[in-house]
Design a protein around this ligand. Structure first.
Ligand code: SF4
Length: 648
């Protein structure tokens, strides 16, 4: 099939052991593309409305992208989706590495699991075999050990298989657990590791060799060659610690120079996402001290220990995800128990660092590896710790509750011990092992005032008080609390107005204050972001690639070249709108009230901060959300789609 996609999906019933493939018509791909688009169509239909997220009726989908393996660039991400046990609604997570093409090489665009196995199993697929195999030997191992064990066991002749698996956190049904590939890369969000653990599905092991054919391979190569030129442009750049004053300057200036993603690409290629470790707190982008602090509490001296150069100095090798010409990943050597770890992401450094006022970078390296191996989301884990520290500092809990740990801001020894306990659900670790929402229920005593959540999920390390787009997307997305789906800054970098007709254009220079005054414009930008990111997550693209701009990274042209279709960017944006509506409809079907997903008051500047970069700012989230819903054609008061699902 020369269409980029494989034309079929696999259904695995873990209760009965039945495995069956289903051929999908071209119309399905034309309407939902692939990845999370295709998953939203199938999961909306297949998961009954009262399904327990940890019960047999929930489904877990492993999806590859429509563009994965077609010769396009930045398109090797795989996605997992299902009903989230953390939020009770649509849940998805996304990861790079090399697992996505392995799904296609087994002949499928997605693998859907339902039911619960009696004993631990893993799914093994190659060109001729589809089998659930006994996972007794590997149950109890961490994610890295599991992957190595299964690689060796299923090696046979030829290349190593690709493995996605859970660690102890998923096995222990931690609601903040994720799914790991490439020895520690995580599809971390939405608690989908717990769904895998509840199904007693330890791993998915893939060893297919099928070829993936784009429809127009010469055109595909031509477009990719042009895109690659933009990625390879890499002038010399400032040293790591100099990123901090740049951030401070951005804080002070009353105007904003609209960001061209080329600048971020240069930083990403040089350092990875840790390039933002010092710049973000200075700008007001990084939440500090459980969202109660600011750049005044976490100044340049404190953030210096995590300056970007610290990470490149111990980086023994850089790596690229599949089909990525940029390569923001790396393996770092570390001190202590683990000799190496994936270079921590910015999200990890800030959630275990500034959010907990922890300056000890060695503890961050250690916890990064510990959490990756356990398969626990670093963003949610860091939030849970910061929440507990604030409870402790305010006398809501004491040493009797914390197994003797002195949970003070910045006490790295206590933070390490607490997270070690969370991973194995030991003592006070159990209280925090399912995230902040569950911890509030377990602690009680008015502790919810220190809980920072959006729809039950901990938000990421980007502050909506600085960029109201983050506040909007945290609150309005079907998977709340996610930083990967849009912001004002994202919109500037996507530069969609250069290829999509009728969407707002951002001027090169604008007054900073204007971002906070026009809820209608922010909502309009938000809808365009959501539609576009629905496409990005349907084709398996990396948003860092998309940041280079729609004219340089030509996702719409790649889709046409891969499939042979001849759709316009505006037609693809309509598909993105339909996917977003399907995910929102999934939430309505499962009893979610969209207004309940609004992020906590503190993260909206209610009350506003008295100092720091976001001093005096508060976000009118309700007005933004109502405008966003209206622009999608949903009820502007309830957020319920009015569209007929059968026509999407
Ligand atoms: S930019 Fe980074 S995360 Fe994205 S595909 Fe490339 S290596 Fe992976």
């Amino acid at each position: 099939m020369r269409k980029g996609y494989m034309g079929k999906v696999l259904f695995v019933d873990l209760t009965t052991g039945k495995i069956a493939e289903k051929i999908l018509p071209e119309e399905t791909y034309s309407k939902y593309l692939g990845g999370l688009g295709l998953a939203s169509h199938i999961l909306y239909e297949e998961i009954p409305k009262d399904a327990d997220p940890l019960g047999p009726d929930n489904m877990l989908a492993f999806m590859t992208g429509l563009l994965t393996g077609t010769g396009s660039l930045f398109t090797g991400r795989w996605m997992v989706a299902g009903k989230s046990p953390l939020t009770g609604g649509w849940g998805d997570a996304n990861c790079g590495g090399n697992f996505s093409p392995a799904i296609k090489r087994c002949g499928y665009d997605g693998i859907f699991f339902k039911g619960i196995s009696e004993k631990p199993v893993y799914l093994y697929l190659d060109d001729h075999t589809q089998e659930l195999r006994d996972a007794d030997e590997v149950w109890g191992m961490d994610a890295v050990e599991s992957e190595i064990f299964l690689e060796n066991k299923e090696m046979g002749k030829g290349k190593k298989p690709k493995v996605a698996c859970i660690g102890q956190a998923g096995e222990n049904i931690s609601l903040i657990s994720g799914i790991s590939t490439d020895k520690g890369r995580m599809a971390a969000r939405s608690g989908l590791g717990a769904v895998m653990g509840s199904k007693r599905l330890k791993a998915v092991v893939l060893k297919g060799t099928k070829r993936i054919y784009p429809n127009k391979s010469i055109e595909m190569k031509r477009i990719s060659k042009i895109c690659n030129k933009w990625v390879q442009f890499q002038p010399p750049f400032v040293s790591g610690p100099l990123t901090a004053p740049v951030g401070a300057l951005m804080r002070i200036l009353p105007f904003v120079l609209a960001q061209d993603g080329i600048l971020y690409k240069i930083m990403l290629k040089k350092w990875g996402t840790v390039s933002m470790n010092q710049m973000s707190p200075e700008m007001g982008d990084a939440p500090i001290k459980n969202w109660g602090g600011s750049s005044k509490d976490w100044g340049m001296k404190k953030s210096y220990s995590t300056n970007p150069d610290v990470f490149t100095k111990c980086e023994k090798v850089k790596y690229h995800c599949y089909s990525c010409p940029l390569g923001c990943g790396g393996i770092c050597t570390t001190k202590g128990k683990y000799s190496e770890t994936h270079k921590p992401e910015y999200e990890t450094v800030l959630s275990l660092g500034g959010l907990c006022m922890n300056e000890d970078v060695d503890s961050i390296f250690y916890l990064n590896e510990l959490l990756n191996r356990a398969g626990m989301d670093t963003i949610s884990a860091g939030h849970s710790v910061a929440f507990a520290i604030e409870c402790y500092e305010n006398g809501i809990i004491n040493k009797d509750d914390t197994d003797g740990l002195e949970l003070k801001w910045g006490n790295s020894d206590a933070i390490i011990k607490l997270i070690e306990k969370m991973v194995v659900r030991d003592g006070f670790g159990h209280v925090l092992a399912d995230g902040v929402k569950q911890a509030v229920e377990r602690i009680g005593k008015n502790s919810e005032k220190f809980a920072i959540l959006a729809g039950g999920q901990e938000p990421a390390m980007h502050d909506g008080r600085m960029d109201p787009g983050f506040a909007l997307h945290y609150s309005v997305e079907p998977t709340p609390g996610r930083h990967t789906l849009g912001s004002h800054l994202f919109y500037e970098m996507f530069q969609l107005w250069k290829v999509v007709k009728g969407v707002p254009k951002i001027p090169l220079l604008y007054l900073k204050g204007s971002k906070y005054k026009n809820a209608k414009k922010q909502a309009e930008i938000g809808t365009v972001n959501s539609k576009f990111m629905s496409i990005v997550n349907a084709v398996g693209a990396c948003k860092f690639g998309a940041f280079l701009g729609a004219k340089r990274i030509r996702i719409f042209d790649w889709i046409n070249a891969a499939t042979g279709w001849d759709k316009t960017p505006n037609e693809y944006m309509e598909i993105g709108a339909n996917i977003q509506t399907l995910k929102q409809s999934f939430n309505i079907k499962h009893g979610i009230k969209p207004k309940d997903n609004i992020i906590s008051d503190r993260a909206l500047g209610r009350p506003h901060q008295l100092e720091g970069a976001n001093k005096g700012r508060s976000i009118d989230i309700e007005e933004m959300m109502e405008n966003y819903w209206e622009l999608f054609g949903w009820d502007n008061k309830t957020g319920e789609p009015k569209q007929d699902i059968g026509n999407l």
